[in-house]
Design a protein around this ligand. Structure first.
Ligand SMILES: [Zn+2]
Length: 629
């Protein structure tokens, strides 16, 4: 929302306001039986907080990744200790093999040239508690998952050690959120066998990854060694713990200066981008450690610049974050990003959402996409400074959702993409004043608003295999659902409730209901009508006006979405009278409202709507009254 929109919101609260008399209806939101069970078993709670018996399982990975950029091949070995904190006895372990999306036998949401695709992931060997697994007998592949049948079940409270060796080859010319970007540049993500989430709602997550619906990660600890040829530099999820061992002292000293001084440091300058920065050796192993994150990824290139700086994100606890950018020397806008990241981090840490950046690192790596990983994003440069800024704000926002708050993107993408679309609205314009972000969101929303394929937000994301409904339900419509929720609650209550929800669910897996109930508890309001109208129903933004009986105006909610109402009456004298109604005018579920008009015989024209209220059909927003002489 721009400053102007804030101003209008303030004005809206103080100008002549008429509140239609209505009663809040209690909407009984549909709750599927498996969610309901979580409440009876107290793993979740109807006040929105995690239940007293909330649990989640915990993997701890040690991985050795050898990456050969000349063949695009990753050879990996991992050891994982998996703790079963659930009350259930597990007879199998489901592994998410996301790299299988690059396999020509996998299903894809978008057309791909199958001749360009590869084999997916090769699992070479598995061990459970030190004993080799007969892969043909006990490991069943299906879609992008592999299910390992256990000889001995994993009991509640038990811990299982497993090992996997695998390899995976990226196709040369196709990238799906990661991969090969030419010039020996790679963002290597989603290409290790990862234990799927086991939760209290669905048990094992067996979703097939086909491209649109994203990920659901179990919070895990990672200790990862990445071995690459000596010319290659590596940036990854987590702290780079053996920098002194890896980097020539000149570069190491620069990185240390960035970590400690607060100044922007060019660890690898434009002139040095193609030079070797590592100590002697045939293959160099870079080591990273990350605690309590739902995924791991790394980026690598032999010809990248590296900028870094420390940013204070939490003055109370004197905690700072090392922010970094990594990009090829010919980039135009990338060199400016490191300066902007300071502002970005402060915005997110102290304004909206106003929670100190929750991880020790953040790197923006220039592959050619817009994709988030914990502490990493894979961002294209874009064709303007504006798009580079916007993409940085969007992808870094994902550090909060789904990485700090571990939402399930495979089913509820609006719980992360909605926020990653929402947060940048407050800041983009500060960097690029001529760009109207709010208007651009409106235009995106209008493209399919009211279309038959525009599904209710509660539709599981993994069912959306077509791009327009996927984007509408994950990004465009939830953006406005949050905008008007903020308007309804007021900024202070809204932000307070959002922070309460985020803190309660940090490092955990909330469902939509946990979000709804949390917002109600922290705001002290029954918002069931709002969730019903915006999240459960099919509906679109269209209010219209008609002349009512006597001196009244009828406002019809044609599209069904609860929206704020702003009416401007233009009087014969040239004066204007403004009538505003908060969107809770719709909270009783009515579809039309009768509004008394001031001195109707002197009105020339009535206009409904405003530039910050979405409305797909402006043609029913104007009434012109005959002029009386
Ligand atoms: Zn996103």
């Amino acid at each position: 929302m721009t400053k102007k929109h804030h101003f209008i919101l303030k004005i809206a609260q103080i100008v002549l306001s008429i509140y239609a008399l209505n009663v809040s209806a209690q909407f009984n939101l549909y709750i599927p039986p498996n969610f309901d069970r979580a409440y009876t078993q107290h793993s979740r709670s109807r006040d929105g907080a995690p239940g007293e018996k909330y649990w989640q399982n915990k993997p701890s990975y040690r991985m050795q990744l050898n990456f050969d950029p000349s063949t695009y091949t990753l050879d990996g070995h991992l050891e994982v200790r998996y703790s079963n904190h659930s009350p259930d006895t597990l007879k199998e372990i489901v592994w998410s093999l996301l790299g299988d999306i690059y396999g020509r036998k996998s299903l894809h949401d978008f057309p791909l040239d199958v001749n360009q695709l590869g084999e997916g992931m090769h699992i070479l060997e598995m061990k459970v508690a030190g004993r080799p697994v007969d892969l043909n007998k006990s490991f069943k592949r299906s879609g992008t998952n592999g299910t390992l049948a256990l000889d001995a079940p994993l009991l509640p409270g038990g811990v299982l050690s497993m090992e996997v060796s695998w390899n995976f080859t990226y196709p040369a010319h196709i990238t799906i959120r990661n991969g090969h970007y030419g010039d020996s540049t790679f963002l290597v993500g989603h290409c290790y066998p990862k234990i799927a989430v086991y939760d209290d709602i669905d048990g094992w997550d067996r979703s097939d990854y086909r491209g649109y619906a994203e990920f659901y990660g179990e919070y895990a600890d990672y200790a990862v060694s990445v071995t690459v040829p000596p010319m290659f530099k590596v940036w990854a999820t987590g702290r780079f713990i053996n920098a002194e061992e890896v980097l020539l002292s000149k570069y190491y000293r620069r990185l240390e200066r960035a970590r400690t001084s607060g100044e922007v440091v060019h660890v690898i300058t434009k002139e040095e981008a193609e030079k070797r920065v590592t100590k002697p050796g045939e293959a160099i192993t870079w080591k990273f450690e990350a605690m309590q994150v739902p995924d791991f990824a790394f980026g690598t290139s032999p010809r990248f610049c590296w900028d870094a700086r420390k940013v204070m994100v939490d003055t109370q606890n004197s905690r700072s974050v090392l922010v970094q950018t990594a990009y090829p020397p010919e980039r135009i806008y990338y060199p400016r990003l490191i300066y902007m990241l300071d502002t970005l981090m402060r915005h997110y840490s102290s304004e909206i959402p106003g929670i100190p950046f929750p991880f020790p690192m953040m790197t923006i790596f220039n592959g050619n996409d817009g994709m988030e990983y914990p502490m990493m994003c894979n961002n294209a440069e874009g064709n303007s400074w504006s798009s580079s800024v916007g993409l940085a704000y969007h992808e870094v926002a994902h550090s909060y959702f789904p990485f700090y708050v571990g939402t399930n993107e495979r089913k509820y993408a609006w719980m992360d993409e909605g926020w990653a679309s929402f947060f940048p609205q407050f800041y983009w314009g500060l960097h690029v004043p001529e760009f109207d972000y709010f208007k651009s969101r409106m235009e995106r929303y209008y493209k399919m608003a009211g279309d038959y394929d525009e599904v209710p937000l509660m539709t599981s994301t993994r069912l959306l295999h077509d791009r327009p409904p996927y984007r509408q339900a994950s990004y465009n419509k939830p953006f406005f659902a949050y905008v008007y929720l903020q308007h309804l609650l007021g900024e202070k209550v809204f932000v307070g409730a959002l922070r309460g929800y985020m803190r309660d669910w940090a490092g955990k897996h909330p469902t939509p209901y946990d979000f709804f109930y949390s917002m109600e508890r922290y705001s002290g309001q029954n918002l069931s009508w709002y969730w019903h109208g915006w999240f459960f129903e099919q509906g679109y933004a269209d209010l219209g006006i008609e002349q009512g009986e006597g001196a009244t105006l009828i406002v019809k909610n044609i599209g069904g979405l609860p929206l704020p109402i702003r009416i401007v009456a233009l009087m014969a004298s040239g004066a204007k009278k403004t009538i505003t109604l908060s969107l809770d005018a719709w909270k009783d579920g009515s579809t039309s409202l009768e509004i008394p008009l001031p001195a109707k015989d002197r009105i020339k024209e009535v206009r409904l709507g405003d530039e910050w209220i979405i409305d797909v059909n402006p043609s029913n927003n104007v009434l012109v009254f005959p002029v009386k002489n």
